[in-house]
Design a protein around this ligand. Structure first.
Ligand code: G3H
Ligand code: 13P
Ligand code: ZN
Length: 331
């Protein structure tokens, strides 16, 4: 059993309270590789931003849970080495699907966990969420729970259609679970294909324009739970230039589409205080690697193509922090 406090990590409590008050959102970036971790830390340090580094069940399977935990510990030390004496870094479990998984992460040094019971019947979701909250709070670990279903894939949980969070349920859910933050469904979804072309309109240049997020639902929820930290999953914006680069250099991502950044900027000014971004990092990495290898067919040292990949991810993280979420200069 190791406490996150010994590793120099922090939980989300104070960070979220400040973000809600200050009208900005904390970036929650997924990581699976050392290059992602380095790029996240460099971006957070350069912009003086708090940051949530999150690990999915898929990431644990890919990289090994122990290695990821040591990488987060290394991230704290790396941030200090880069000149940030008191970094605010959260190590968060993304989409935990059982009490046992959440407990395992808490016991190994995570400072925050998500229990995602959004696909379960309401009472079952409350029951397990409550169980996770009790264990987590006994260790001063904060808990995110989810109400409402996002379209797309969340690890093993997948749904073809989204079901918006019902504002009339949020007071009961937050009170009975005791959760510290609530992930809601207002039209975002996971992955690089958030909307089908049929769900979109086309602008004058023929580009797809997605339907707007359900801000009315968000505002209803805010009225029911004033000041309560709200989380948005599935918030990659799927930058067209990265998609174009991937397609130009042999990839095939037709009609990939994300959430427009103006809408995420708008959401960040509200009680939304954590915004999850994973796909944009995957796109930035893949675009840089495809371009590099196409332009340098004789190169085979991974450091040669991972370096521009890391640079491109860092550029993307900085852009999100400064121009979309507004969490810069908040340390
Ligand atoms: O919510 C999903 C995250 O993007 C994590 O994806 O389960 O493929 O690691 P993953
Ligand atoms: P994206 O697929 O939009 O990046 O969402 C990531 C996410 O919600 C992780 O939990
Ligand atoms: Zn998610």
């Amino acid at each position: 059993m190791v406490s996150y406090k010994e590793l120099g990590l922090v939980n989300t409590r104070e960070m979220f309270a400040k973000a809600v008050k200050g009208g900005y959102a904390i970036p929650a970036f997924n990581f699976n590789t050392m290059e992602q971790m380095q790029a996240i830390v460099q971006a957070a340090v350069e912009t003086k931003s708090p940051v949530i580094m999150q690990v999915s069940k898929g990431a644990r399977n890919y990289a090994n849970a122990t290695i990821l935990r040591y990488m987060a510990q290394g991230a704290v030390e790396y941030a200090k080495e880069l000149g940030c004496p008191n970094p605010q870094i959260v190590l968060h479990l993304d989409h935990g699907d059982s009490f046992e998984l959440c407990k395992d992460c808490i016991d190994m040094g995570f400072s925050s966990v998500m229990y995602d019971g959004s696909s379960l019947p309401y009472e079952e979701n409350i029951k397990i969420s409550r169980q996770v909250v009790e264990y987590a709070h006994a260790h001063d670990v904060t808990v995110e729970c989810e109400l409402g279903v996002l379209a797309g894939v969340e690890d093993e949980v997948s749904s073809a259609v989204s079901h918006y969070t019902k504002p009339e349920e949020v007071i009961d859910f937050a009170t009975r679970t005791g959760c510290d933050s609530l992930a809601i469904s207002i039209g975002t979804s996971h992955g690089a294909y958030k909307f089908t072309p049929a769900q979109c309109t086309r602008n004058a240049e023929g580009k797809l324009v997605p339907p707007p997020l359900a801000f009315d639902v968000l505002h209803e929820i805010e009225k029911k739970l004033p000041g309560f930290p709200i989380v948005l999953h599935g918030s990659s914006s799927v930058p067209q230039e990265e998609v174009d680069t991937i397609n130009q250099y042999g990839g095939k991502l037709p009609d990939a589409i994300g959430i427009p950044e103006e809408q995420l900027r708008e959401a960040s000014k509200s009680a939304v205080c954590k915004i999850n971004i994973d796909s944009d990092s995957r796109l930035a990495m893949t675009a840089a690697i495809r371009k590099y290898l196409a332009e340098n067919p004789g190169h085979f040292d991974p450091r040669q193509y991972l370096k521009p990949a890391r640079e491109n991810m860092k550029k993307m993280y900085i852009h999100k922090i400064v121009n979309v979420l507004g969490s810069n200069d908040k340390l």
